[in-house]
Design a protein around this ligand. Structure first.
Ligand code: KMH
Ligand code: ZN
Length: 275
């Protein structure tokens, strides 16, 4: 059954520099303004990376807790903290993200080359993250950068059980240099592999850089949901930098409406995700 579209906004990420992308929200005030505007347009989930006073990525626990509280105060968005952080973040800091008590957290299902870097996700670390989220009632979004990550997820759920809330939601992060390409063919292959996961598993997809539109269209046409934002895309069209996260959310909402799968409200999104 085709439902409405869950729209996640990933407004900041850990990779772009404020100096090079001035529209990137890096302060708490900038993040809150972006969050409110994206919610008004149709986003239901916010995937959050935060920055320090010098706009560098940080996993500072107090800042994360303050951010979660402020987002809850100002919006009804589902707050999903990144446990991926930056490629340089140690495992202990990434696990400590859960102490900020978000509704959801990301859980990347394997190691992947990440441009010139390596995004390291050892099996034992994944198990730790998954089981700690189960204990604390935090709902994971399993980040899938490559097809093998879906086999790892099947193994994880088989050995350690379903996540908090009982619903499995994955996000295909496509087009990272070193991960799976952001093409329709690959999305269809990833979608087929969901048959090996628990019935009712849902997925969203995001295409990095220029793969954003092909991935968005392929996801809508296969019944998937959408993640957009300046974490993944800083060019709106050839030669046109993204002006704001709102511009990307508005485009996603437009495509979702054309597909007759309008954005889910935050209440509908909570039901879908088992929150
Ligand atoms: N910044 C990447 C190294 C996540 O948020 O969980 C990891 C990432 C995935 O963005
Ligand atoms: Zn992220």
């Amino acid at each position: 059954m085709t439902t409405g579209t869950l729209i996640t906004v990933a407004p900041t990420g850990a990779e772009s520099a404020k100096a090079e992308v001035p529209a990137l929200p890096v302060t708490l005030d900038e993040l809150l303004l972006t969050a409110k505007e994206c919610e008004a347009l149709g986003a239901a989930v916010i995937h959050v990376h935060i920055r320090d006073d010098a706009a560098r990525p940080t996993l500072d626990p107090a800042r994360l807790a303050e951010t979660v509280a402020a987002l809850r105060e100002s919006t009804d968005l589902i707050v999903q903290l990144s446990s991926g952080g930056a490629v340089t973040d140690p495992e202990a800091s990434r696990l400590a993200v859960l102490d900020a008590g978000p509704d959801m957290a990301s859980c990347t299902m394997g190691t992947v080359n990440f441009g010139d870097d390596v995004f390291l996700n050892r099996w034992e670390f994944i198990v730790d993250l998954h089981t700690r989220m189960q204990e604390r009632g935090i709902v994971p979004e399993y980040e899938i950068f490559d097809l093998g990550h879906l086999s790892a997820l099947q193994r994880l759920l088989g050995k350690y059980g379903l996540p908090a809330g009982g619903h499995v939601h994955v996000d295909f992060v496509m087009g990272v240099p070193g991960g799976m390409p952001g093409t329709t063919e690959t999305l269809v292959a990833a979608h087929r592999m969901l048959a090996d996961l628990p019935a009712g598993t849902t997925f969203s997809a995001t295409g990095i850089g220029r793969s954003t539109i092909p991935v968005l269209l392929a996801s809508l046409s296969t019944g998937g949901h959408l993640r957009v934002g300046m974490e993944d895309t800083v060019t709106y069209a050839k030669g046109r930098p993204v002006e704001s996260n709102m511009q990307l959310v508005a485009r996603a909402v437009g495509f979702a409406q054309l597909a007759q799968r309008p954005p889910l409200t935050t209440t509908e999104a909570r039901e879908l995700l088992g929150l």
